[in-house]
Design a protein around this ligand. Structure first.
Ligand code: NAD
Ligand code: MG
Length: 391
């Protein structure tokens, strides 16, 4: 039986993973499931899947978790140390699906036990890509991409020589506000930014889709994971979200990955890799779809793309600054402190402000240094928000 753990089990990716696991009773032994606030879901899944341990990130919820698991034989634990301990328990496959920089330490802990890490937590690659790949090599662990674009690229590269790749084209839906007049974007509300046209995802990534910060993160993720140059990476708006990305080779061929917008495909591909297995996703009717559209993204509308290029050019731990600033700006927008368009302003101001810590950002990449950069960048972003909110 394959031993598996799911970090971020109560989220959108976690629940899609559990959906696949539950369809194959007896095939998996579940080691650890982790969550945060949704204790009822965590306990219910941990009992249904007979997990060894369920962990909530929030120590204040430990008693609730213990009560919910009472008599089930599932161990309960809480806090960041418990998360890392759970991720370190021997498993053959670990899903890394915690949202945000909080997913870094558990993901690294999983790699250190030499497992196969199915990586949905793109923040790990953006903040500490080089270190993550190095850790995987050191511990003979494997990383499989779960972000749909990166799964698409990975699949297009099977059997190919990376040196024959000319370019990688990442598709973007454009998010909820893609057809809004630019001058109205500043007024967009949380509810409007959350109305994603194609994908059903967690709240934070859905908002990041509307600003294209999600795509900006994915450009950096592509650079880190596939080791291509920033110039080789293109972004194209593709409103239907059916082509998940394309790889262009030196003979002019473009390999596109086409499928329904259902994360169970990318999760299932990583779960069954290197083989393919039947998955319960929709089969596309191309004649009914009829048409696929593409257009160049307007960087005036989506400054996040320009910022991603600046981050890649700056190098070092600038990715950690970018992610921390973006997470803080998103919190500011969700809390109503700043408007939609001010999220990009906040990230740009933070990147500028952090030049005073240039030595630290250029220092050796370690998890501690990344955490320190993350901490300082959050402070700088908060100061930028306070500045703007006061105007
Ligand atoms: P989500 O918000 O639905 O779920 C997040 C999970 O992380 C939950 O289990 C939550 O309990 C846990 N969590 C939240 N804060 C935590 C903390 N501080 N410490 C520990 N655990 C914490 O998010 P999601 O949409 O499932 O996204 C998860 C990751 O996958 C993100 O990195 C996202 O960018 C990536 N991703 C998601 C999708 C998607 O379709 N949802 C697609 C591609 C990539
Ligand atoms: Mg994606």
């Amino acid at each position: 039986m394959r031993r598996i753990s799911i970090l971020g089990a109560t989220g959108s990716i976690g629940q899609n993973t559990i959906d696949l696991i539950k369809r194959a009773p007896g095939a998996y032994h579940v080691v650890a499931l982790t969550g945060s606030e949704n204790i009822a879901q965590l306990a219910q899944d941990a009992m249904a899947l007979r997990a060894e341990v369920a962990v909530t990130a929030n120590p204040a919820r430990l008693e609730d978790l213990r009560t919910a698991l009472h008599g089930s034989g599932v161990e309960a634990a809480a806090g960041t140390t418990a998360l890392v301990e759970a991720a370190s328990r021997p498993a053959d496959w670990v899903m890394s699906a915690i949202v945000g920089a909080a997913g870094l330490a558990p993901g690294f802990a999983a790699l250190e036990q030499g497992t196969t890490l199915a990586l949905a937590n793109k923040e790990s690659l953006v903040c500490a890509g080089r270190l993550l790949l190095q850790t995987a090599r050191t511990h003979k662990a494997t990383i499989l991409p779960v972000d749909s674009e990166h799964s698409a690229i990975f699949q297009a590269l099977v059997g190919e020589d990376i040196s024959t790749v000319e370019r990688i084209i990442i598709t973007a839906s454009g998010g909820a506000l893609r057809d809004w007049p630019i001058e109205k974007l500043a007024e967009a509300t949380l509810e409007q930014a959350l109305a994603h046209p194609n994908w059903d995802m967690g709240q934070r990534i859905t908002l990041d889709s509307a600003t294209l910060f999600n795509k900006a993160m994915e450009v950096i993720e592509t650079r880190e994971f596939f080791n291509v140059t920033p110039e080789q990476i293109e972004v194209i708006i593709h409103p239907q979200s059916l082509i998940h990305s394309l790889v262009g080779f030196n003979d002019g061929a473009l390999m596109a990955h086409v499928g329904p917008p259902d994360m169970r495909h990318a999760i299932g591909y990583a779960l069954h890799h290197p083989t393919r297995a039947h998955l319960p996703v929709e089969r596309l009717d191309l004649a009914a779809i009829g048409q696929l559209d593409f257009r160049v993204p307007d960087e005036g509308r989506w400054p996040a793309l320009r910022l991603a290029r600046a981050v890649m050019a700056a190098g070092g731990m600038t990715g950690a600054v970018f992610n921390a600033a973006k997470e803080t700006a998103l919190d500011g927008f969700i809390a109503g402190q700043i408007g939609f368009a001010q999220m990009a302003d906040t990230v740009a101001a933070t990147l500028d402000d952090m030049t005073q810590h240039a030595c630290l950002i250029a220092d050796t990449m370690t998890l501690d240094n990344v955490a320190q950069v993350d901490h300082l960048a959050r402070q700088a972003a908060q100061a930028a928000i306070a500045n703007r909110a006061g105007h």
